[in-house]
Design a protein around this ligand. Structure first.
Ligand SMILES: Nc1ncnc2c1ncn2[C@@H]1O[C@H](COP(=O)(O)OP(=O)(O)OP(=O)(O)O)[C@@H](O)[C@H]1O
Ligand SMILES: [Mg+2]
Length: 598
């Protein structure tokens, strides 16, 4: 075939392929246009998953009749005029290609009544062919109707799923958009069913109200607020307590200057912030807004504008990670709040409360604690002499309790060798002793880090770990954290690593599995991982293996020592796997259980 310039129609369809992947992409572009037009109220109607019809109606500033034919032309926009504008974008759209792209692969009707006109006008585009402008009836604002999406591109149409699946995509998209702008009212209808109704909040904290509207009151109840500022960069929003972690990363929302984004860097920073309180494989829930000078972020980095690029990604990563970590560190025992779902609601049997308190299946947590020490080491691990630190803690002066008040109370007894029962001012405290001790040890080990190199064991036969070639490179490029943690590691082939020396405390564990998952973690974090993270992972495993395990009898002073240590420990409301470490039954709740005072 000779080289030729393609006809305009085909050029438009090719370009549309990048922006319009499925019905939800159309809705995204149309709603973003409404938001850019300053709408306060946006109504979306879809039929048959959007394939039949998609209609977006807003009360924004509208488009004048003269501008209607321009609005549907490629590269026509009212949002930027020159290169300087492109470098500091404050609108959601800026490329001037959404309407023409949609028009080239569907039947599009654009009706608008601008604020300064006495009537509305409309224009239609049918697979790229444009009509003339006609007068129409419409209240102030704009409606865009899209029918027969992909009617002229059978190949694309084949990729569209069933109507319920596409409707699901649209519903999730609307949730994102509604979370991005709590000040705007959103409604989504599919046929005659209302799928989302989020009227503009009326309270003093519209963000919280919107969160409860969109994510439900149960999930909202597990959120704690985040608000950190550094210079012109601000992080606000809500993160869920580790005890409300999820099996899927399905409740993670990031907004950068109001734009919903899926960004690896941002996700990795949050994951790192949670690393101490969430076990591998569990996912945090959060709704986070990052605002910064638009010059510091490039939003022109992805065809559907789903990704952004930061001018200084390292600083942003560090800022977010620190903010999340600090917010979570404050979760330690205090009066009046319980980390586990309120004991009473568990007894009351509400499904939601049980869902949040359900234990997380964790395999590495089940082994016995002591076997890790039954091998020869060149340098005996210090901990093996007093693996529990508890005996020592009893003779150490207790950390001062805030104004003599003991949130976790005074130990009364041990229940089935698993739980500590204690009496506090408010009522009965129940503590999972393994989980609580694990956290105390882990925080202590981290604090002690740097006192000396970790004890390690030379292996007679090196252990071979098979990983991807780029992962081998990554380990060899930066072996310091590994060496510090007690590893001697080198490559024995493009995709094989040999472990010649391993940390003493891990020698009996499934070391190769742990090494593999750490390498995968580091790769996922895009080289932006924190040096401490790798070492922390070992310490976390170590703490779990070392912590007192079930069926060990504790004396009352030992139990009290553990309670006091927990009160003085950061993040003590959850173990390293994100499970709650304690809960409380207040006297009021006990009275209710026994129908006392009624
Ligand atoms: N709902 C609306 N209300 C008012 N004006 C609108 C609306 N939708 C589109 N417009 C106008 O039409 C123009 C073209 O819209 P289009 O979505 O194609 O491009 P854009 O939003 O400028 O950029 P992008 O392609 O990145 O979305 C916009 O710049 C805006 O001026
Ligand atoms: Mg647009």
């Amino acid at each position: 075939m000779p080289i030729r310039i393609l006809p305009n129609e085909l050029i438009d369809q090719i370009a549309a392929g990048e922006v319009i992947e499925r019905p939800a992409s159309v809705i995204k572009e149309l709603v973003e246009n409404s938001l850019d037009a300053g709408a306060h109220r946006i109504e979306v109607d879809v039929e048959r998953g959007g394939i039949g019809l998609m209609r977006v109606r807003d009360d924004g500033k509208g488009i004048s009749p003269e501008e209607l034919p321009i609005a549907i032309c490629r590269h026509a926009t009212s949002k930027i005029a020159d290169l300087d504008d492109l470098a500091a974008i404050t609108t959601l759209g800026f490329r001037g290609e959404a309407l023409p792209s949609i028009g080239s692969v569907s039947s599009l009707r654009l009706i608008s009544h601008p604020t300064d006109a006495d009537h509305a006008s409309e224009i239609t585009v049918d697979g790229g062919a444009t009509s003339s402008v006609r007068p129409a009836a419409h209240p102030l604002g704009t409606t865009v109707e899209v029918r027969d999406l992909f009617f002229n591109i059978p190949a694309r149409r084949k990729f569209v799923r069933s109507a319920p699946t596409e409707t699901g995509h649209i519903a999730r998209l609307l949730e994102r958009l509604a979370l991005s702008r709590p000040d705007v009212s959103f409604r989504l209808r599919s046929g005659d069913r209302v799928l989302l109704d989020a009227p503009a909040p009326t309270s003093d904290s519209p963000g919280e109200e919107r969160l409860a509207q969109v994510l439900g009151k149960d999930l909202f109840a597990s959120f704690i607020p985040v608000d950190h500022t550094s210079g012109s960069v601000q992080l606000t929003g809500w993160i869920a307590l580790p005890t409300a972690s999820r099996a899927q990363p399905d409740q993670q929302f990031w907004f950068v200057n109001g734009r919903s984004v899926r960004d690896k860097l941002l996700a990795s920073a949050v994951r790192l912030g949670y690393r101490d309180v969430l076990y591998h494989g569990r996912h945090a829930a959060y709704v986070l807004h990052l605002s910064l000078d638009p010059q510091l972020v490039d939003v022109n980095a992805h065809p559907a504008k789903l990704e952004v690029r930061f001018r200084d990604s390292h600083q942003i990563h560090e800022f977010i990670f620190r903010a999340i970590e600090r917010t979570l560190a404050a979760t330690r025992p205090e009066a009046g709040a319980t980390p586990a779902a309120s004991a009473q609601s568990v007894f009351a049997g509400t499904a939601a409360a049980q869902a949040w308190s359900r234990p997380i299946p964790v395999s590495s947590d089940s082994g016995s604690a002591s076997h890790a020490f039954h091998f020869h080491t060149e340098q005996a691990p210090v901990l093996s002499r007093d693996p529990w630190m508890l005996a020592r803690a009893v003779s150490e002066p207790l950390p001062p309790a805030a104004n003599g008040h003991l949130p976790l109370g005074v130990a009364l007894a041990q229940l089935h060798g698993i739980y500590i029962l204690a009496q506090s001012d408010e009522g009965l405290i129940l503590v999972d002793m393994h989980a609580g001790h694990e956290r105390v040890l882990y925080e202590k080990l981290k604090a002690d880090r740097g006192v000396g190199p970790a004890a390690s064991q030379l292996l007679l036969e090196p252990l071979i770990v098979t990983v991807k070639p780029h992962e081998v490179d990554a380990v060899l490029e930066d072996p310091a954290p590994w060496e510090h943690a007690g590893f001697e590691i080198d490559s024995v082939g493009p995709s094989s690593l040999a472990l010649r020396r391993v940390p003493a405390l891990l020698a009996n564990e499934r070391v190769t599995d742990i090494v593999k998952s750490v390498i995968e973690d580091l790769a996922r974090e895009d080289g932006l991982h924190h040096l401490d993270a790798a070492a922390d992972r070992f310490l976390g495993t170590l703490a779990c293996r070392t912590a007192i395990h079930a069926r060990r009898r504790l004396t009352l002073p030992e139990m009290d020592a553990l309670l006091r240590q927990m009160e003085a420990t950061d993040r003590a409301n959850q173990c390293n796997h994100g499970r709650p470490t304690w809960t409380r039954l207040t006297l009021g709740e006990l009275d209710q259980l026994f129908l006392r005072g009624r």
